[in-house]
Structure formats: structure tokens, C-alpha cells
Design a protein around this ligand. Sequence first.
Ligand code: 6PG
Ligand code: NI
Length: 187
Amino acid sequence: MFSAPFAATFDWSSGVLRGDTVHRSSKTLGQMRGLFRHGATSALPDDTLLYSVQWVAPGTPQAAGALLFGCTHLEPGRVGDEYFMTHGHFHALSSRAEFYLPVSGSGVLLLMTRGGETWAEEMLPGKVLHIDGAHAHRAVNTGAEPLVFWACWPADAGYDYATIAERGFGLRVVEHKGRTVLADQQQ
Ligand code: 6PG
Ligand code: NI
């Protein structure tokens, strides 16, 4: 048995995926206000684009061991002092790891255990970031350009967004006196 022909291309200069099977989703501030410390009082409009994701499911995504890959374009900007970020999630299956490969721009990857222990890794082109399946992950754009990163993950990883929506991450990435710093969640 042969799997379906696979005809996607990825442009490493623009971070754009092309092909018959490319899906796309996006998130606006209106969908994520509650995740930012000063989201409720920010004057930025609800339709402010925070990020878009393109992804591809090669072959048969429901087959055991299938992989997906995609690319996220995270816009530059801040809500108050807090940099634009992805929602962030745990994989529903904690054994399902992931790779992030920054393509352009600069930022921070926040990682967190189920117990709330949180730390940060730099996102810069050329770095290969391995995300343990048990760790929540959130990308933060601390630069002036879009932060673009390619990712690959198991098709059956699944998403737990609710835990992040309820508890957030243990650290926030904020601008303070012209510098990028990590702040405790409540600061
Ligand atoms: C995944 C990846 C990645 C992620 C996007 C958007 O598991 O699919 O981690 O593609 O979904 O960067 O981030 P959120 O899913 O947290 O909105
Ligand atoms: Ni993920």
C-alpha cells in the first residue's frame, strides 16, 4: 500500500508553507485578552492579529506514529508591558514531544511542568528546541520583526489549552525600562 503523494513546500526565507493540504488558523487579541496581565484594560482592538499557524498532515494522520508539521508567524508587539505570545498548551498525551526550529525573528520559549515549574529558552534562527511531551510550551516574540518558527509534532499529541487558560504560565516576558525581562506571573 502506498500513502498519498506528498506535495508541500516550505520556504525557509519567508516561512510560508505551500501545497494542496495546507491548513491555516489564526488568533487575535480578542480571543486571548484574559491571558495577558493587562489584557482587559489594553486599548488595542480585539481584531489585533497575534499569530497565524499553517500546518500540514502528510500521509495518513490517523496512522500510528504519524507526524504533523507547521509554521507559526507570531507578530511583534506588546499588550501593556507584556510581549505578544502564543496561547500555550500541554500536549494531551504527555509522551508526545515536539521540535521547534526558529526561522526568523527573536524571542523566548517558555516551558512549564504540570507542577508549575517554569523556565525560558532563547528562540533564535539556527537553534533546535526540543520540547519534552510533558512540558507546556508558549512562544513569545521579544523582537521588532515577526517571530517565525517551524515545528514538528506527533499527529495524536492533542492539545490541553484549558490548564493554561486557568493557571497561566509561572513566568511572563515583559519590557521593563527598555529591557526584556522575565517576571513572576503576578508581577
Ligand atoms: C503544536 C505546536 C504549534 C502551536 C502553535 C500555536 O503542538 O501544534 O506547539 O504548532 O500549536 O505555535 O500555539 P498554540 O497552539 O499554543 O496556540
Ligand atoms: Ni505543541
